[in-house]
Structures are given as C-alpha cells and as structure tokens.
Design a protein around this ligand. Structure first.
Ligand code: FE
Ligand code: FE
Length: 326
C-alpha cells in the first residue's frame, strides 16, 4: 500500500503566525498564492484545505485555481472562517441573530467554493462556539444552537458533506464540540447523512482521548469523514510536527484506520512558528510514509491475537518492531 497514500495539508501550514507576544508575526505575512506556491514545494503533497473568505478580498477564484494547477494541487476542503473576531461570542451560537445569519451566509459561500473546486467537504471548526465562565451560558440553549446551526446548513446543501472538527478549547475556553463522544451525540441528533467528523489527532490527544479509540468510535458510527495529524505536549494544541512527540500513539491511530480499511487523505495540521514550513511538512510526510510502510510490515493477525488476550507486552513488541525495527 505504500506509495499510493495521498497526503494533504491545511494551507495555513504555510502562513506566518502571530501570538500574544509576537503580535506582528514571526515573519513577513504571505498571500494565499504565495502559500500555495510553497505548498507546491513540498514533496508528495497533493491536496490542501483552504480558508475562506480569502484575506485579500480582491483575490479571484480563477487566480487561486491557476496557482493550484501550476503546483499540481487540488482542494480537499474549504474552511469558512467562522472563528474570527466578528464571531467572538460564537458563530452558530451567537446571541445576536444577525451574527448567526452572517455565519450561515459565510458557510453557504464556502459551499459554493467547494462545488467550484470539486472539493470533498466544507470543514466546520466552530472555535468560538462555547463559553468561558461558569454561569455565562444556558448550556441547553448553547448546545441546541450548536446542533441547529450545523443541521440547518447541512440541510440546505444535501449534495455536499460537512465535517465538524472538534477541539476541547481555544479560542473559546470551552468549545461546544469538545470531544469525539459529544460530537457524535450531536451528529446523531442532527440526523443527517452528510454530517461527519474531521478527527484532528492533536485535538484528541490533548483532550485526554486515545486518538485510536476516538477514530474507532467515529468509524463505528459511519462518521469519520476526514482526519489531520500533528503533535503536542498534551497540554495545548501545539500543532507540532506529526510524530515528533507521540510516535507510538500516532502509529496506533493509523493502525486503527488501516484495520478498518478507512481510506482517505492523511492531512497535516501543523503550525511551524519557528521552523521552515516546507521542511516541517516534508519531515512529517517522511514520517507518515515510514508509518505506512510499518503498517505493511506489521503482523495484523498476531496483533489481533495479542489484543484478544490484552497482552500489552506482546502487542507493544509487535508495534515497536514494525515501527522502529528490531
Ligand atoms: Fe486540525
Ligand atoms: Fe488545532
């Protein structure tokens, strides 16, 4: 199977970043076209996820399409920016009806861009939907609005897929769609076939989940529509190079996907604040390819037999031999 796997990245991997201290960024700002040209320099990258609307409102879809074409890239998803300042008190859950409408309109436009680029889905990351303080919200109302917002949107576009990327917190101190279990509960209640999960390995990890277990649960409900990987120190969404901190858990995550014959793009969601963005993407993809080959080497029958006995020592030995050799 090695060699056929498609790799992708959020285009923001090639942005320059700001934080609370370097408020003017860790480098000069880059245009979307410059970011696409950088993505084109990464070995084996074939798809990207693009934020919408574009930072430069004068940038046309034609220009973006040309930049993608000259770099042999296609679009997997469009991410409407429903998490910026105008949505400080939520997109789908905003107390202001007008702001909720703005979010819906932005997602409708993103849906049109998905059709235009022949992408796979609209990616919803409702980072501002949630709460910060005790007593700040009526929990039933906020959760209901979170579900209604996605449900109304997905019903208007039955021809498209919508994926929810859950995350425990940031920018909101607590996000409504915070975990795999809660997101699945919401999706089942929404009850539409075109709504699924995009599982971010790092969000799962720092949310205290086992990403492999989270993937299995989403697969068992027929809702694992997409995934992305990165790494962190488990206290925050550090978005570091995939495999740099938790290689064995990353291997178990991909083992779970392979075991279930899940087919899809292996995407990067990394924020290389201080690293060369192209080098950081190459580094991650090199390791993902190593994982792909390690899965070819892994004795799945022996792993199954070890797991039937909950024989951790044998199971880890099999995993380590395949991943690290010897
Ligand atoms: Fe992500
Ligand atoms: Fe993230």
């Amino acid at each position: 199977m090695a060699g056929q796997q498609q790799y992708g990245a959020g285009i923001w991997h090639f942005a320059t970043y700001v934080d609370r201290y370097a408020t003017d960024g860790y480098g000069p700002a880059r245009s979307l076209v410059e970011m696409i040209d950088m993505a084109g320099q990464v070995r084996d990258l074939s798809v990207v996820d693009i934020n919408f609307p574009f930072a430069d409102p004068s940038l046309s879809l034609d220009t973006v399409e040309q930049a993608l074409a000259r770099n042999n890239l296609s679009v997997i998803g469009i991410t409407p920016e429903i998490y910026t300042r105008q949505f400080a008190k939520g997109a789908f859950t905003n107390p202001d009806k007008g702001v909720r409408k703005l979010a819906q309109d932005m997602c409708d436009e993103a849906a049109d861009v998905v059709r235009r680029f022949g992408a796979s889905y609209v990616k919803l990351w409702p980072g501002q939907d949630g709460w910060d303080y005790p007593f700040q919200v009526d929990h039933r109302a906020v959760w209901q609005a979170s579900m209604d917002g996605v449900g109304e949107l997905a019903s208007r576009h039955p021809d498209l897929k919508f994926v929810i990327e859950y995350k425990p917190r940031e920018p909101r101190v607590h996000m409504s769609y915070d975990s795999v279990a809660r997101t699945l509960l919401g999706i089942e209640k929404i009850g539409l076939a075109n709504v699924g999960i995009l599982l971010d390995f790092g969000h799962s990890l720092y949310g205290g989940e086992s990403p492999a277990d989270a993937a299995q649960l989403a697969i068992d409900h027929g809702r694992l529509f997409g995934m992305d990987v990165n790494d962190n120190l488990r206290g925050w969404d550090d978005d570091m190079i995939a495999g740099s901190v938790h290689p064995i858990e990353l291997f178990e995550f991909f083992y779970t996907l392979r075991k279930n014959k899940w087919e899809g793009v292996w995407q990067l969601d990394q924020f290389p604040f201080r690293e060369d963005a192209v080098a950081a993407a190459n580094s991650a993809i090199d390791f993902l390819k190593h994982i792909d080959r390690a899965l070819d080497r892994l004795d799945f029958d022996a792993m199954r037999a070890a797991q039937e006995q909950q024989d951790a020592v044998t199971a880890l030995g099999l995993a380590r031999a395949a991943l690290f050799g010897g």
